[in-house]
Design a protein around this ligand. Structure first.
Ligand SMILES: [Zn+2]
Length: 322
């Protein structure tokens, strides 16, 4: 990519818009249109992150890092320059379509009783949680028509992965959870593969910003585990979307002193337990206290609650976690 193309890309993605799309909030205005806010690159407790929207530059007085939108993407996603450019180009094309699809799926949720029945069986019942997690439903066979009617060109929808090469909706009969720059779809039918993401990275830890400042954090593998814990009153929970963390998720857990409770699946083949043990060793090497939560054999946090476990019982599991 030449200098000109890089400059064009930066022109098309204003730093402020990109920051805000990644949940950054300006906290305090400064002179000449500049803003201060919490730094998304380190565990910041008082605003030390300065953004100049006119120059499209940032600087953090806490961690000392600064630069343009590409530099931000490099640091935020922990990738090299060339990869940051690819991510930004993708995001530029992908973001509007993802946003629209999320909205569409959320309206569909209320029109399909099979989706509600499934959520109910998995212990997701409160409207507040549906709202918080922005849960939707992909019935299949109607997203493509809706998005093309709104002016999204078909090749772009294929590139994002919302529509298959053959032109069909990629998500069919799936409960949909929006992630940072992706969607996760859980099939409600037993005949399809249960888990699906759109192409691209799964992103950082789920809702990390909400739990980052808690001294104790519960980490689970799946979003249904997250939901069950949240419904039971545990709000210091986050999710790695699988038993293996990516580099960014691992660094997030290590970005400050905290106790991490690993509540992974106690599946009979032991893979969840193995992954948790391995992760706890890596965390301890970085000075983070890690405790393994032992669920009853064959359970994950979701099934624990769905099959009658309550908050008090889970709390006792936390207390004896080692
Ligand atoms: Zn910083």
């Amino acid at each position: 990519m030449n200098r000109q193309a890089i400059d064009d890309l930066k022109q098309r993605i204003p730093l402020m818009g990109y920051l805000q799309a990644h949940d950054w909030q300006p906290a305090r205005p400064l002179s000449r249109g500049r803003w201060m806010g919490l730094c998304p690159l380190h565990g910041d407790h008082q605003p030390s992150f300065l953004v100049d929207p006119n120059k499209d530059l940032f600087y953090c007085y806490g961690c000392g890092r600064g630069g343009d939108v590409i530099r931000f993407a490099e640091l935020y996603h922990q990738v090299r320059f060339s990869q940051a450019v690819v991510l930004l180009r993708q995001w530029h094309g992908v973001e509007p379509a993802l946003h629209e699809a999320t909205r569409f799926y959320r309206t569909q949720l209320h029109r399909h009783s099979e989706a509600f029945t499934y959520l109910y069986q998995r212990g997701i019942r409160s409207p507040a949680l549906l709202e918080l997690m922005r849960i939707g439903y992909a019935p299949g066979g109607c997203l493509r028509g809706w998005l093309t009617q709104l002016g999204h060109p078909l090749p772009a929808l294929r590139q994002v992965g919302l529509v298959t090469g053959a032109g069909y909706d990629a998500f069919v009969h799936r409960i949909v959870f929006p992630l940072e720059d992706n969607l996760y779809g859980r099939s409600i039918s037993a005949s399809a593969p249960p888990h699906r993401f759109l192409p691209g990275a799964k992103g950082g830890l789920y809702a990390w910003k909400q739990v980052q400042s808690h001294p104790e954090v519960i980490l689970v593998e799946g979003l249904f585990d997250y939901a069950a814990l949240w419904e039971a009153g545990f709000q210091n929970v986050t999710c790695s979307l699988g038993a293996h963390l990516n580099v960014r998720q691992f660094r997030q857990l290590c970005d400050g002193p905290r106790i991490v409770y690993l509540a992974f699946d106690a599946d009979t083949n032991g893979s969840g337990r193995q992954a948790a043990q391995c992760l706890s060793r890596s965390l301890r090497e970085r000075g983070i206290t890690a405790r393994l939560v032992s669920l009853p054999e064959g359970h994950d946090p979701n099934s624990f609650f769905v099959q009658g476990g309550d908050a008090r019982q889970f709390q006792s599991l936390l207390e004896v976690a080692q």
